[in-house]
Design a protein around this ligand. Structure first.
Ligand code: SF4
Length: 505
């Protein structure tokens, strides 16, 4: 009998932890594979943008802001259904940012003080503000969605950095004659499957990496600090979890040893409440189930709603969030921050300014798909309203005439999915020649991909101060033919600012 009790009570149930780890790493790996395949010639857009369409916050905000329902966004209901059955299992088992936070727990350096529960309110306020702003057609705050953070950082910082590292290593090894065939074979293997044909660079790449590092560094203050206090997606799933069927419960076998409270990553197990937890904060990691020596923890089914806590959003806070969103919206739209007419505000093919602003969820998939690195996240060009929406920067990359990848991978059709012939008709900018910088080398004419060439060298007369006239060659842009792809600006050999520049049409 004693042995039977020991078997029932004493054996930790580690298989749950193991299973969760396997699922977490599998999901993170799948996320990275889908990221890699979000390239020109990679997997179809409907496959690679699966994670974004599973994100209920991004899809709901898009629906509110654009007032259009995309059939593909219904996939977010899978996550909603998962949450209504298993609570915030997304956070504990599937979210790539959550898995990164578990991979870097930074436990060794952490203080032991308990953080105030009232801080949890911050994420609900952020969630409500995002949704209120979306109703007012602004999606800027989606930059704080966990999936967009991870994807954007991968696109604009980590992957290009890895590319440069590998390129430098290849260049070093290529110096050794015997290794050249191996280096060439390796390069052919990884390009263009993993990396673009040429390494690309992104402006402010360190900032994106810094944002992810900062989110991870918050683990120094408390484990999964981001998930507990800041994540707006976690807040949405937390609210849904109040109606979740499977919820944690502690039975009478509990001897108050406190093991579960010590391992809870979101610190939601309350000794003063008999070691009960809040389903809105529990990420279903099952660590408490694993460590409980009494087997007092279970996850039975419930059909009633969980109780509301003091940090859960109140009507007053919803009104505050609406007010903040309305104020932010007016400021963003004011002349101070809105930059609808910026001369370098060149958008990807087919994207219309108002449409783009009310649809773009700032995921960065188009950035990854662009093979030349032309699409960059906007910093100043589109004002605060358009922060981190896609802009083309021709000096860093050009819009390839034979490519329509950005529109194919965009999960919300902020960049329309145009066929190649349609995309070639899109005028995204117009080239202008700076005669003071031009050296008449003819590269722009040579590179221009448009049939009949939108830029040609012409002979023009130039008058000197003494009245003599000489005939020189100068490029002339035929505005009716120019589509603003930027290939001329990209290849212009003049140092610094190009002698031919593309401006918004
Ligand atoms: S709280 Fe946010 S970041 Fe944390 S696991 Fe959940 S969705 Fe991911």
């Amino acid at each position: 009998m004693a042995a039977e009790t020991r078997r029932k009570v004493g054996r930790p149930r580690r298989r749950w932890t193991m299973l969760r780890r396997v699922v977490q790493y599998g999901a993170l790996f799948a996320f990275v594979v889908l990221f890699v395949e979000t390239r020109r010639g990679g997997w179809p857009g409907t496959v690679v943008n699966l994670p974004m369409r599973l994100d209920p916050l991004a899809m709901l905000a898009h629906l509110l802001s654009s007032r259009t329902f995309l059939a593909g966004s219904a996939l977010a209901l899978v996550t909603v259904a998962l949450t209504l059955v298993c609570g915030r299992a997304w956070c504990g088992w599937l979210c790539p940012l959550g898995t990164l936070l578990d991979l870097f727990p930074l436990r060794r350096w952490r203080g032991r003080s308990r953080l105030p529960d009232s801080w949890r309110r911050a994420k609900y306020l952020l969630l409500l503000t995002i949704l209120a702003a979306a109703v007012l057609t602004n999606l800027t705050l989606l930059i704080s969605d966990p999936l967009t953070i991870v994807f954007r950082t991968l696109s604009a910082s980590l992957w290009p950095a890895l590319d440069r590292l590998i390129t430098a290593a290849e260049a070093t090894l290529y110096q050794i004659r015997a290794l050249r065939p191996a280096v060439l074979a390796f390069d052919a293997l990884i390009r263009p499957r993993l990396f673009p044909p040429q390494p690309v660079s992104y402006r402010y790449a360190l900032w994106y990496a810094g944002a992810l590092v900062a989110v991870i560094a918050l683990n120094l203050v408390g484990q999964r600090f981001w998930c507990r206090y800041l994540c707006p997606l976690g807040a949405l799933l937390g609210l849904l979890s109040k109606a979740g069927v499977l919820r944690r419960e502690v039975n009478e076998r509990c001897n108050q040893c406190g093991a579960c409270a010590r391992v809870c990553p979101t610190s939601t197990i309350r000794p003063e409440k008999g070691y009960a937890s809040d389903p809105g904060e529990c990420t279903m990691c099952l660590e408490c189930l694993t460590v409980c020596p009494q087997r007092a923890v279970g996850f039975p089914a419930h059909l009633s709603l969980a109780e509301w806590n003091h940090y859960d959003p109140s009507r007053r806070e919803a009104l505050i969030a609406l007010g903040v969103a309305a104020a932010g919206f007016s400021i963003f739209r004011s002349g101070l921050f809105a930059m609808r007419d910026h001369p370098w505000l060149i958008r990807p093919p087919g994207a219309r300014e108002n449409n783009l602003l009310s649809k773009c969820i700032r995921c960065g998939q188009c950035i990854r798909a662009c093979p030349t690195g032309a699409i960059q996240p906007a910093i100043g060009e589109a004002g605060l309203e358009g922060l981190w929406t896609p802009v083309l920067v021709p000096r860093l990359g050009y819009c390839d005439y034979s490519c329509n990848a950005c529109g194919q991978v965009c999960p919300v059709q902020a960049i329309p999915p145009l066929s190649l012939p349609e995309k070639r008709q899109q005028v995204i900018g117009k080239a202008h020649v700076d005669p003071d910088r031009c050296i008449a080398c003819g590269v722009c004419e040579e590179m221009c991909p448009v049939p009949n060439k939108a830029v040609r060298l012409e002979w023009v007369g130039m008058q000197y101060g003494d009245g003599t006239t000489v005939r020189v060659q100068r490029p002339r842009v035929f505005r009716g033919r120019c589509i603003g792809c930027g290939v001329c600006e990209y290849y212009c050999p003049v140092d610094g600012e190009a002698a031919i520049r593309v401006y918004a049409p």
